[in-house]
Design a binder for this molecule. Structure first.
Ligand code: HEC
Ligand code: HEC
Length: 338
């Protein structure tokens, strides 16, 4: 059985802005320019430089401007060892709604920034800062490519941009995703990580005290990742963060398949359930309690990228297998009783 994921070929075909340099060779061609500070950008088009968004008071150090909050998610998406910094701006007086699943629905005027970089001898080498803004009930997705000095980042043209350094432990260059790639992951649920179950108590309390929550934090449904053990909470949270942006019924990626890995559903969907897609040898059950080696879930998690017999999960977003994620999923399956 060979299947491909709809949309991926289209994304590759539009990758026009690709430099054909070898992995890790060549020169960076971006130019440095003086950083400026401004209020939150109000123009219709996204600004051409990250400094102009007004999200950062100290651009080089990623220090937030007034009204911008730095936050972390409890269960981050693995992206091949990249270090990430997340920021949010909610306009004064605007309220965040909560949908029936307990996901935040952000008001117009919301901005998110997610900066990617690699730590080299203690210093963060910033690579790109992805930015989302909601206006007229529509999200815009753009990304800014940092200059060599880490003093300014320039808006990309919306196509994939292949950079001239290798993703750690891989033989492929880092690719700044184009807009089609953003949408492949973000279309089902436009905001992927900024949800109550991902955020700590301190941040929720702050949003509430600043008058930004339409529903009191304590009344938000599916507020916490539930599990029978610490291993289970870690695994369910991991799946929800690393897989549920495709594996949920609203995602355009999922061809009407049934597997829904949002945190309040993941366990029931997986444990002792038969695979719809993969039936090979004697391995047909998604999660076999106590037996990771016989679970389709681990088979796909460990698959090679490009394997046509079985699609690697996740199919996009990283090139290497997450060793920590592997340990988390294995520990959980081992602990489950049959
Ligand atoms: C491989 C899937 C994937 C791709 C491709 C992707 N994202 Fe995301 N993005 C996620 C997930 C999952 C999260 C939440 C988890 C986290 O932040 O670790 C996220 C979080 C974000 C956030 C923080 C706000 C939020 O939704 O929680 C921003 C901003 C963002 N992405 C922008 C972009 C932009 C812009 C692009 C394209 C240039 C892009 N992303 C491409 C999966 C993806
Ligand atoms: C970019 C979207 C995307 C992401 C992210 C993703 N998947 Fe998938 N997944 C798919 C698609 C599409 C299919 C069906 C395609 C196929 O059979 O090749 C699938 C199929 C599966 C199946 C087979 C279901 C069955 O009934 O046989 C499993 C199990 C699975 N994914 C697990 C995961 C896990 C675990 C993660 C996170 C570590 C993940 N997926 C992340 C898109 C995604």
């Amino acid at each position: 059985m060979s299947r491909t994921i709809i949309g991926l070929a289209a994304a590759a075909a539009t990758a026009a802005l690709v430099f054909t340099l070898g992995c890790g060779s060549g020169q960076d061609d971006s130019e440095a320019s003086a950083p400026t500070t401004a209020a939150i950008w109000a123009g219709e088009e996204m600004p051409s430089q990250l400094s102009q968004t007004g999200l950062f008071a100290d651009l080089s150090g990623l220090g937030p401007a007034d009204g911008v909050i730095g936050y972390e998610v409890a269960f981050p998406l693995w992206s091949d060892e990249a270090e990430k910094h997340r920021h949010v701006h909610v306009p004064d007086g605007a309220k965040i709604e909560v949908d029936d699943d307990g996901r935040f629905v952000m008001p117009d005027g919301t901005w998110f920034a997610k900066s990617f970089g690699y730590r080299e001898e203690g210093t963060l080498r910033k690579v790109e800062t992805r930015v989302m803004r909601k206006a007229d009930d529509t999200w815009t997705y753009v990304t800014y490519r940092w200059n060599e000095d880490g003093t300014e980042a320039e808006l990309t043209e919306g196509q994939d941009v292949e950079l001239d350094f290798c993703v750690p432990n891989s033989e492929k260059n880092y690719v700044i995703p184009g807009r089609i790639a953003c949408l492949q992951c973000h279309a089902g649920s436009p905001v992927s990580g900024f949800h109550p179950w991902q955020l700590d108590e301190k941040l929720l309390t702050r949003l509430e005290s600043e008058g930004h929550l339409a529903t009191p934090a304590a009344e938000i449904p599916n507020r916490v990742v539930q599990g029978e053990s610490a291993e289970e909470v870690a695994a369910i949270g991991y799946l929800a963060s690393n897989c549920a942006h495709c594996h949920n019924p609203e995602s355009s990626n999922y061809e009407g398949d049934q597997l829904d890995l949002r945190h309040h559903l993941a366990k029931e969907e997986l444990v002792a359930k038969e695979s719809v897609r993969l039936k090979r040898d004697d391995i047909t059950t998604l999660v076999v309690p106590g037996n990771p080696g016989h679970s389709v879930l681990m088979r796909l998690f460990d698959a090679e990228l490009g394997d046509r017999e079985q699609s690697k999960m996740p199919p996009i977003g990283n090139l290497t297998i997450d060793p920590r994620g592997r340990a988390i999923l294995t520990a959980w399956i081992n602990k489950l009783e049959g």
